[in-house]
Design a binder for this molecule. Structure first.
Ligand SMILES: *Cc1c(COP(=O)(O)O)cnc(C)c1O
Length: 397
């Protein structure tokens, strides 16, 4: 048999060639090798509510979901998702035709783009973007058109003129993410209204990733794009249990959308995983019905953690963009006399025993993201306090 590894033709196809390995693998290996505190990858270091774990155990024991669940997801979860959207946002969705359960938000993003994007279509996305967006647009044969969020007045802002200019006759959809990873920005009502107007005016579809819908702080408010005039019928809203309930390993996500959009997305989804996470779907249905105190408790806990880490970074001399949402804080390293976030993050484990992610990797315009680094604060308080101490002690100043 021929040695495929030395074949002149690259094994990885052209669509994926630029997405070889992710920065997370490199940084996590570095964290391990140097015994650093890993604030790179965004997963909580404590599990979600005990009663939700127990609900999963019960489902497993009772034989609920141990065999292929229904393609659209178990009815209990679809009903719970619809009830959540109605209760929180006044949005009504039919659990049978307007809700689809997916293998995390990740599959929802992939299935939506594979279903809705024709080769050559342009997809306008906010930059920096979540790392799977670019790869999924590429898999769908689409062309990504980034609109850069730029820091101004203490937060990363969307330039509405730039967004308008990015839309052409070939634009198929807007891919939006709010609360936004990695910048921590929560798009304002005004920004969202402008996005909605543009989508209606140019007759665009919108895919909106709202997995951090419950992680908003201070005066910020999460407003789903689907609540704006003309948006319900053109918007695929994506969310997931991973961030809201601190079970990122369960991979239970969902979309809510008009029936035709759900049908389209399901056409792609059925050939990706078909179904997933059977017993966990029942547990997440129960989680979505937790009392309001759970959600406010999660928010308060994370807000306090944000403040610990932000204070540490400020004391270490970085410029901090205090996030209004998500569990990430983005900081500018230029006050330290540095400008290359990639080099900074490669050196930081040796220098301070802390791992962060250079946000340049989430940009097409790498130079726009060069001085920014992202730290996750979904970790236990003592871990964050120790990280803050190390950063300060590393003589970052
Ligand atoms: C974590 C994350 C996802 C992935 O969610 P899963 O439910 O774990 O697949 C999607 N989008 C954003 C912006 C995220 O941060």
């Amino acid at each position: 048999m021929a040695d495929m590894t030395s074949s002149p033709r690259p094994l990885l196809n052209r669509r994926l060639a630029e997405f070889g390995t992710t920065v997370f693998a490199e940084m996590s290996a570095l964290a391990l090798r140097t015994g650093s505190i890993n604030l790179g990858q965004g997963f909580p270091d404590t599990d979600g509510p005990e009663e939700v774990r127990e609900a999963a155990v019960r489902a497993l024991r009772d034989g609920r979901g141990n065999q292929y669940p229904p393609g659209p997801g178990v009815p209990e979860l679809r009903t719970a998702v619809a009830a959540h959207q109605r209760r929180r946002y006044g949005l009504s969705f039919d659990p049978d035709t307007e809700v689809l359960v997916t293998a995390g938000a990740t599959e929802a993003i992939a299935a939506a783009l594979l279903a809705l994007v024709e080769p050559g279509d342009e997809v306008v996305a906010l930059e920096p973007y979540y790392d799977s967006y670019a790869a999924c647009v590429a898999l769908a044969g689409g062309r990504r058109v980034p609109v850069t969020l730029r820091p101004q007045g203490g937060r990363f802002r969307l330039d509405l003129d730039e967004l308008r200019d990015a839309v052409t006759d070939r634009t198929r959809l807007l891919l939006i993410n709010t609360p936004h990873n990695p910048t921590g920005t929560v798009l304002t009502r005004e920004e969202l209204a402008a996005i909605a107007e543009l989508a209606v005016e140019r007759d665009l579809l919108v895919v909106t990733d709202e997995v951090y819908e419950h992680l908003v702080y201070d005066d910020a408010e999460h407003v789903p794009l689907a609540t704006f005039p003309g948006m319900r019928e053109r918007t695929v809203t994506i969310s997931s249990a991973g961030k809201t309930f601190s079970f990122t390993g369960w991979k239970v996500g969902w979309i809510t959308a008009a029936p035709e959009l759900v049908t389209a997305v399901r056409s792609a989804k059925q050939y990706l995983t078909y179904v997933s996470a059977g017993p966990f779907q029942y547990a997440v249905a129960e989680a979505l019905a937790l009392p309001e105190s759970y959600f406010t408790g999660l928010r308060d806990d994370l807000r306090a953690k944000r403040d610990v880490l932000a204070a540490g970074l400020e004391e270490a001399g970085l410029t901090v963009y205090r996030p209004a949402g998500t569990y990430f804080v983005t900081a500018d390293i230029r006050p330290l006399g540095e400008s290359d976030g990639v080099a900074f993050c490669r050196a930081l484990p040796e220098r301070a025993g802390v791992v962060a992610i250079p946000t340049a990797v989430f940009y097409d315009h790498r130079e726009a993201g060069a001085p920014f680094v992202r730290f996750a604060f979904c970790k236990q308080r003592p871990v964050l306090e120790e990280a803050a101490r190390r950063l300060k002690g590393a003589g970052a100043r």
